[in-house]
Design a binder for this molecule. Structure first.
Ligand code: SAM
Length: 321
């Protein structure tokens, strides 16, 4: 077992299937250009092998598929179909939801049973302005489809002071009516936000979010798993919501996340651009690959922050949000 001096281990693996995305969200990319696959991305089978090695070497028991936009990638079908063999306790996906209907068969036939759908507004016009792509009604139909299939869903919203703060309560009501947990993700100071004034202008933190919700609903703190990134709240009689408060209530000291980028690089921390390539290990026999991978994982674990998120120039879509 690989454990650091703060007692942290890798348990949760996030796999970025591709850096490509069909959105160009204002807070993720600076210039409105759709994202392309990264150079030298691994194929679906190679990513499955990499995950199998990480499961054997590192004690991983939970996996989340992300990106870029995972449903945009032609690898998705192969990757999703191979997951059942990996003996994981929990497999989930983070998606912008635009392609759920088109990928219905691959999704519903896979071992994935939970999804987080990113949705920053219920206003169709504002939706196009923030995502710079996609269609709100299609996402909402995708949410209904997965719920009807019995999937457990969360919705992720990034509140932005200048663009969607007025959607904080409407989105909460939309989610509570459907028994979906809404999670507000505090804006992270990443990529182009670090170099301009975008972060300072748009950051809308936990205190502001709670104050706004408090005008319409009573809420109280609720339990969350020890390594949860989210501070959870209960709205009596209505449901739960959470805030991923990377700035206001950092969760680095209990972080169990490891990221595998689509090019085979592993990242121990979202707030650290250090990375370690495991691409060369995929073709090795397991008895040779595992010790080398364990050494890489030990180094990646040291990349974690002691206390709090510092931000990073790395863009989320490369290493998987
Ligand atoms: N395309 C998928 C999606 O939209 O869910 C998965 C990848 S996306 C990078 C994952 C999540 O990261 C989304 O919920 C997105 O809103 C969030 N995200 C991207 N940049 C962010 C930032 N600077 N701060 C906070 N969240 C961010």
């Amino acid at each position: 077992m690989i454990v650091d001096k703060q007692g942290r281990q890798f348990r949760n693996l996030r796999v970025s299937l591709t850096a490509a995305c069909n959105y160009a969200c204002t807070y993720c990319v600076p210039n409105g250009q759709r994202l392309q696959p990264a150079a030298h991305e691994l194929g679906g089978d190679e990513l499955l092998k990499a995950v199998a090695l990480l499961v054997s070497a590192g004690g991983i028991n939970k996996l989340r598929i992300t990106g870029g936009e995972p449903l945009l990638s032609p690898k998705f079908d192969v990757f999703a179909a191979g997951l059942a063999d990996l003996k994981l306790d929990d497999i989930a996906i983070t998606t912008n939801g635009q392609l759920i209907e088109r990928k219905r068969e691959a999704l519903l036939g896979s071992a994935i049973k939970r999804a987080n759908i990113s949705l920053d507004t219920l206003d169709a016009q504002r939706f196009s302005e923030i995502a710079r792509g996609g269609d709100l009604a299609t996402v909402l139909r995708g949410i209904d489809l997965l719920q009807d299939a019995g999937w457990k869903l969360k919705v992720n919203m990034v509140p932005l002071r200048s663009a969607n703060a007025d959607q904080i309560v409407p989105l909460l009501e939309y989610c509570m009516e459907r028994d979906i947990e809404l999670r507000y993700i505090e804006l992270m100071n990443m990529g182009h936000l670090r170099t301009g004034n975008g972060f300072a202008k748009d950051f809308f933190g936990m205190e502001d979010i709670l104050q706004l919700i408090g005008k319409s609903y009573e809420y109280s703190r609720a339990d969350a798993p020890f390594d949860s990134t989210s501070v959870r709240y209960k709205v009596p009689g209505h449901g739960h919501f959470g805030i991923i408060a990377n700035e206001s209530a950092p969760f680095c000291s209990t972080c169990t996340r490891l990221r595998l980028a689509s090019n085979g690089d592993i990242y121990g921390c979202l707030s650290n651009s250090n990375h370690h390539s495991m691409k060369h290990l995929i073709e090795l026999p397991e008895h040779e690959a595992l010790p080398q991978l364990q050494a890489l994982l030990g180094n990646a674990l040291q990349d974690k922050q002691d206390l709090s998120f510092r931000g990073e120039v790395t863009v989320m879509k490369f290493i998987g949000g």
